[in-house]
Design a protein around this ligand. Structure first.
Ligand code: NAG
Ligand code: NAG
Ligand code: NAG
Ligand code: NAG
Ligand code: NAG
Ligand code: NAG
Ligand code: NAG
Length: 564
């Protein structure tokens, strides 16, 4: 366990600090191999440009161990010298003496296991029938045959029939010269494996060099690593065989697969190197780095940062108000951070909008609602509309000809066609003849008529004029005349029947008196001659004065005018 914690410290230091120039990987144990000695990616080993000559693979960890090593050949020329085969360029080639059996050889820096080599010649030659020998000493007799190349062409990767240990490699052609443009023997750097040396192995024993093909570690995998070559980090858990569970790391983060520490701190309410310890009574929050507020009595606060489920305050026992967009109120004081949801107001968003207002911030006025009562959330009128409006939000005016609550009343007989004030029902431009303002639903009162319910003329006693026309149906009263019995001057130019009757009566009466007087004078004259007739005359005159009926007067009308 002591080793384990020391190891953890080293790993943490190195992963956090990054690597020095020219180094990379966990522990910075790997060396960059970039062109011109450039630095590489601290994590992957990738070079910005390309790998240095003699190196390839995604992390430049595959080395051509023949590159630049010492070479020789049978009697070559200076321009086609043997080192041209190991200069990492296919354009320059070696060539042994022509037309005689030839050979070429390279001396590696150390004894290694040779499994395959790459050989390329130029386009005018073929490598078929060439033999590759490997040996620990530079003596053709003691060298072992790796393989005889059996392909027709100018280049191949030649696999040894069995892997051979050696430091010296010799290429032999019994049928002619050996011309090599490129010769490679590739080997992964230690701790790397795979076809292109793209994987690192992480053996339990950090000194162990894993198999460069399979990556297998004899000592098993290092903690935090799994896979056939111990190349895969634990996806869950950490440590040896990934068997330890991570602690309470910050939300959506996982612990370091090797060390188990939480890179971004602990979840609220947890602390410790592995985030496995609960906060003590006086702290809360992520890493327990926040002190509790003024908790009641000896209560400690909730160890997590917030009350859950929209509660706030002491013991999280108060329910949040109606915060906007389903947000949760401040867990300590209960204020809604982004304001209230439509229809609510107050610091805690627990108060409905004042009557007559609705919506966000309670800023919108209700529309023509009956008693000004609308839903504080969406403004719909709760008790229907006020007079003159209809619709859910009472924003539609009554249509022409209707008014009042629900627009269910019909306008009276307005002059302006059929429209009236949508609220009151008043005819704005007055009534048609015969109706009373302002509603124009009632006929003019008795004795009134026409557009503004004017006073009737003087009709015959006991009758009233027509409310529409103003005519007196039974004629005018005494001393009145005209269509509507409005005139009362007795001797106007206009000849009315009343005047005629009156004049006729006067003339007839005067005429009768004159004719009676004449008759009597005649009779008196006669009595002077015939005395017995005088009594008869007196009696007749008396009778006529008592029975003067209008009909008799009218009959004598013409007679009377003759007398005038
Ligand atoms: C290093 O490589 C890793 C993995 O390929 C990549 O995520 C990271 O961005 C690289 N860093 C730089 C500085 O290029
Ligand atoms: C081999 O030839 C190359 C040019 O082809 C030359 O640069 C190099 O110096 C020569 N090496 C020796 C040892 O002669
Ligand atoms: C965690 O991940 C879930 C699902 O991917 C996501 O909904 C949530 O917002 C994330 N939480 C944090 C704090 O990032
Ligand atoms: C508490 O820890 C978190 C996460 O490590 C950090 O972001 C925050 O700044 C810390 N707060 C205090 C008051 O130390
Ligand atoms: C808060 O919780 C404690 C412990 O559960 C309890 O004793 C106390 O009465 C609670 N206070 C209130 C106001 O609910
Ligand atoms: C108006 O219409 C509503 C809904 O149809 C109804 O409940 C109400 O009684 C009506 N009011 C009047 C005065 O007609
Ligand atoms: C309007 O006038 C017509 C005919 O003049 C009458 O039938 C109707 O009853 C009147 N309407 C009202 C509301 O008085």
């Amino acid at each position: 366990m002591k080793f384990w914690s020391i190891f953890l410290t080293i790993v943490e230091l190195n992963t956090v600090a990054g690597c020095l120039f020219g180094k990379f990987g966990i522990d910075c144990i790997h060396t960059c191999h970039c062109l011109d000695g450039a630095d590489c990616n601290d994590t992957s080993g990738q070079c910005v440009a390309e790998c240095a000559p003699g190196w390839d693979g995604p992390s430049c960890q595959r080395e051509n161990i023949a590159y630049g090593r010492s070479t020789s050949q049978k009697e070559g020329t200076l321009s086609q010298n043997s080192s041209n085969a190991v200069d990492d360029s296919i354009r320059t080639c070696s060539a042994s003496k022509s037309n005689v059996p030839g050979w070429w050889s390279v001396t590696l820096d150390y004894v290694t296991t040779v499994r395959s080599v790459v050989v390329r010649t130029d386009s005018s030659h073929t490598i078929q029938g060439w033999k590759i020998y490997v040996g620990k000493v530079d003596n053709p007799i003691s060298m072992e045959l790796c393989t005889t190349i059996d392909v027709f062409g100018s280049g191949t990767t030649a696999f040894c029939d069995t892997p051979i240990e050696g430091k010296y490699i010799r290429v032999v052609n019994r049928k002619g010269s050996v011309n090599i443009c490129d010769f490679q023997l590739k080997e992964c750097m230690k701790y790397w494996f795979g076809e292109e040396c793209e994987n690192t192995c992480n053996c339990e024993d950090h000194e162990e060099v894993c198999d460069d093909i399979t990556g297998k570690c004899k000592t098993g995998c290092s903690p935090g690593w799994v896979g056939s070559g111990c190349q895969t980090a634990c996806s869950q858990g950490y440590g040896p065989d990934c068997k330890f569970q991570c602690g309470h790391c910050a939300p959506n983060t996982t612990c370091n697969h090797v060390t188990g520490t939480c890179p971004q701190g602990c979840e609220a309410g947890w602390t410790g190197m592995f985030c496995t310890s609960r906060c003590d009574n006086s702290k809360h929050g992520s890493n327990c780095n926040t002190s509790c507020g003024h908790c009641y009595g000896i209560d400690s606060c909730d160890v997590t940062t917030e009350c859950k489920g929209g509660y706030y305050g002491r013991n999280c026992s108060f329910l949040c108000g109606h915060c906007k967009d389903g947000t949760v109120c401040d867990h300590k004081i209960g204020i809604c951070p982004s304001g209230c949801k439509p229809g609510w107001q107050g610091v805690f968003c627990t108060v409905l909008c004042d009557q007559g207002y609705y919506g966000e911030g309670c800023k919108t006025k209700c529309n023509n609602c009956y008693e000004n009562k609308c839903s504080s959330e969406d403004g719909r009128c709760l008790k229907g509309c006020s007079d003159g409006y209809i619709g859910q939000r009472c924003n539609i005016q009554c249509s022409r000809g209707t008014y009042g609550r629900n627009c269910s009343s019909t306008c009276g007989n307005c002059t302006s066609g059929d429209s009236c004030d949508a609220t009151t029902g008043y005819c704005e431009s007055g009534c048609i003849a015969g109706y009373q303002q302002p509603m124009c639903t009632k006929l003019c009162a008795e004795g009134y008529y026409g557009i503004n319910c004017e006073k009737c003329g003087v009709c015959e006693a006991g009758t009233t004029c027509d409310p529409f026309t103003g005519y007196c149906p039974a004629g005018c009263g005494f001393n009145f005349f005209g269509e509507k019995c409005m005139q009362s001057e007795p001797f106007s130019d206009e000849d009315g029947p009343q005047l005629a009757i009156f004049l006729g009566f006067m003339i007839a009466t005067v005429g009768l008196i004159l004719s009676m007087t004449t008759l009597c004078l005649v009779l008196i004259w006669r009595r002077e001659h015939l005395l017995d007739l005088s009594e008869e005359c007196n009696k007749s005159m008396k009778d006529n004065m008592e029975h003067h009926e209008p009909s008799a007067i009218e009959i004598e009308d013409d007679e009377a005018s003759v007398f005038i």
